[in-house]
Design a protein around this ligand. Structure first.
Ligand code: FEC
Length: 300
């Protein structure tokens, strides 16, 4: 690669409330959406303060902050490509090629590979490049020592008591992925174990969150059921550390900060959450290290 650039990929989020129907249709990939499902999603975004003004959603704003800081840190172009919203992955790739870059490093702002998650970003990335540049695609970075240390610090600073029960979480996916030997669940458990070791957490468990109503079984336990099971086992204080995500967005601000918190209160538990990495300089340094390793591997 004589002139590399980074394509920084994220899920994407509607910029305005009026974008939600098109955004949801994109996520569903043409499969039908019941009117009550759409209404429910619109209400979740409204509750987070999204309206029809031009202020970007939290996910899009945080992604732009990460992009700008990473570009400054690396000293090469970093372009954002979203999986489900604008700017699309194809748009970012086209812009990078237009700028004359002959090598592209693809990095997704989600650390754990699954064919239904990072695999989908990779398909869009490969399709957009279509052999027109040399590429490196980062498949998996959930065990990166810098990430583990940052998450362990987040846990340490949020734990009021060394005996607090820490629940590590990630987005659920349809359980059928396990039949094909998908590494998603195992690599998530590995990240949770590494962070727990690093932060000397004594009491921990893992749960999935944010399951969609698609009519098939998803990976569990779901965080809401898991809280009830923990309470039945005598746990009163829970710290949630969402290791499968890196930014503040709907799945954090609604599914954890509203839904899970309400469930915990109903159960008579106290629930806190670790701060997300967002555009923290330490996190940008972790991402820069990953990109530098890819560039060094090409040069070697
Ligand atoms: O803040 C925002 O506006 C966007 C938040 C957001 C993130 C996110 C991350 C992941 N998802 C993953 C898998 C699925 C699968 C389906 C699915 C559905 C939704 C819906 C919304 C949504 N997801 Fe998402 N996801 C975010 C938002 N996700 C909204 C649709 C309404 C709903 O179900 O609540 C089911 C698709 C289908 O119907 O076929 C599967 C995974 C991640 C973590 C990795 C990543 O960030 O890419 C995995 C952020």
């Amino acid at each position: 690669m004589r002139s590399p650039a980074v394509i920084l990929m994220a899920y994407g989020s509607p910029d305005r409330l009026s974008d939600v129907p098109d955004y949801y249709a994109d996520i569903r990939g043409g499969r039908p959406i019941r009117p009550e499902q759409l209404e429910d999603l619109v209400e979740r975004y409204r509750a987070l303060g999204i309206d029809d003004s031009d202020s970007p959603s939290t996910l899009n704003a945080v992604t732009e902050q990460i992009r700008a800081s990473l570009e400054e840190e690396l000293g090469i172009h970093v372009l954002t490509g979203m999986r489900h919203w604008d700017p699309r992955i194809a748009t970012a790739v086209a812009a990078a090629l237009e700028l004359g870059h002959d090598g592209l490093v693809g990095l997704v702002l989600a650390p754990h590979w699954s064919s239904l998650s990072i695999g989908k970003y990779k398909e869009l990335f490969d399709e957009a490049v279509a052999g027109r540049a040399e590429t490196r695609f980062v498949r998996e970075w959930g065990s990166d020592p810098g990430l583990v240390e940052l998450l362990a610090q987040r846990c340490r600073s949020a734990m009021t008591d060394p005996g607090t029960h820490v629940v590590f979480t990630a987005h659920s996916l349809p359980a059928r992925i396990l039949v094909d030997g998908d590494p998603y669940r195992d690599t998530l458990l590995e990240t949770a174990r590494l962070v727990a070791d690093r932060a000397a957490i004594q009491d921990m468990s893992f749960a999935f969150q944010s399951e969609s109503p698609t009519g098939e079984p998803w990976l569990g336990p779901d965080i809401l059921d898991h809280l009830a099971a923990l309470r039945a086992g005598g746990v009163e204080d829970v710290l949630v550390c969402p290791v499968g995500f890196v930014s503040d967005h709907l799945e954090i601000k609604w599914d954890l900060d509203v839904e899970a918190k309400v469930r915990a209160e109903e159960l008579g538990m106290r629930l806190a959450r670790t701060e997300m990495p967002n555009a923290d300089p330490g996190f940008v340094e972790v991402l820069a290290g990953i990109v530098r390793r890819e560039l060094a591997a090409v040069a070697a």
